[in-house]
Design a protein around this ligand. Structure first.
Ligand SMILES: Cc1cc2nc3c(=O)[nH]c(=O)nc-3n(C[C@H](O)[C@H](O)[C@H](O)COP(=O)(O)OP(=O)(O)OC[C@H]3O[C@@H](n4cnc5c(N)ncnc54)[C@H](O)[C@@H]3O)c2cc1C
Length: 306
């Protein structure tokens, strides 16, 4: 199907984009990678009258790390850039694991992390990853910039906290307080599929003790799920098998999967538990011993349904 008629604008500055959004009100939409918006328009689930294409706005295609370890991902940084980023190799194991699992190479070449957060699809992988890492989105509107913690930014399924005349200019991941470890596991029926179940885990440890933890779930509820209690249960202790099992039980307990053609709710809840155990076991002291280095490094991984 073809989209409804719309006006197309390709501003060359953020100020111009914001002014267009301001005038367009609820009939206007930002276009970044177009990998979610365009399919929705073709299906006529979305029929904006004005498209504000930000791809000609300079200075939004970056990801960089400050001296203190804060990571900034600009609004035009593509999934593929993150997939091949040596910066993530060194410092962001959860993002590193997730990046190659987003969609397929074609979608990764155009789609953006920030666009994925804005789209707020309960099956979007980045929202879970950024939630586990305690990240935020920087929004810019006529009144300037503001920082929105990810838990407030993703306000519901396909809903975000942006004002109609704001552009999300970057995502920010705070620096780790100790050694950062973690991973992302995704159950998908075939390569490039949306998650049947996705689990993001990020932990920070000092001298083997967890100083901060984040766990978030993809595709097993009406929105991205932050497993706050599970994460808190890990904080202040070592990643022992008992601590890992407890966190996995708590995470599975807050998942809200539905039975569908991809599997029963019970099966999906079981997979949440399994993935939490798997990621944390690769992260904990046992994994470190195995590696013989004192630090464990979980690699990217995907799990296919039979
Ligand atoms: C075949 C296919 C498979 C896919 N599989 C997966 C998958 O497995 N996992 C996954 O996570 N995603 C998947 N996606 C979605 C993909 O990751 C999209 O790239 C992403 O959801 C949206 O990013 P985008 O840059 O393309 O945003 P767009 O499509 O351009 O925009 C999406 C929405 O966000 C808004 N928006 C975008 N950027 C901004 C901004 N900077 N400021 C304000 N609003 C903004 C737009 O107005 C629109 O409402 C898939 C998509 C396709 C087509």
């Amino acid at each position: 199907m073809y989209p409804s008629r719309f006006r197309y604008e390709a501003p060359r500055s953020l100020d111009e984009a914001i002014a267009l959004l301001h005038d367009g009100g609820e009939d206007a939409k930002v276009l970044a990678g177009g990998q979610s918006l365009v399919p929705l328009m073709k299906l006529r689930f979305a029929s904006p009258e004005l498209i504000v294409d930000i791809n000609n706005v300079p200075g939004l295609d970056y990801h960089r790390q400050d001296a203190d370890g804060t990571l900034h991902v600009g609004a035009l940084c593509r999934h593929a850039t993150l997939e091949h980023s040596s910066l993530l190799d060194a410092s962001q194991p959860t993002m590193r694991a997730a990046a190659p699992l987003i969609a397929d190479p074609l979608v990764r070449n155009r789609g953006t992390l920030v666009g994925s957060l804005c789209h707020a699809d309960p099956q979007g992988d980045w929202a879970s990853v950024v939630t586990a890492l305690g990240g935020a989105v920087i929004a810019q509107g006529p009144g300037g910039r503001r920082r929105i913690p990810i838990g407030d930014f993703v306000s519901g399924p396909f809903e975000n906290a942006l004002e109609l005349d704001e552009v999300a200019v970057e995502a920010v991941i705070p620096p780790a307080t100790g050694t950062r470890a973690g991973g992302y596991l995704k159950l998908e029926r075939r390569v490039g599929d949306f998650a049947t179940v996705g689990v993001a885990v990020a932990v920070e440890t000092t001298d083997g003790i967890v100083t901060r933890a984040g766990i978030a779930l993809t595709g097993v509820g009406g929105a991205t799920i932050a497993c706050t209690e599970a994460a808190q249960s890990l904080t202040g202790q070592a990643l022992t098998p008992q601590a890992i099992e407890q966190a996995a039980d708590l995470a599975a307990g807050v998942s809200r999967p539905r039975t569908d053609h991809r599997g029963s709710a019970e099966y999906k809840r079981h997979m949440v538990r399994t993935f939490v155990v798997r990621i944390l076991s690769r992260t904990g002291p046992a994994a470190a011993e195995q590696a013989g280095t004192g630090e464990a490094e979980p690699g990217p991984a995907t799990e296919k349904a039979a």
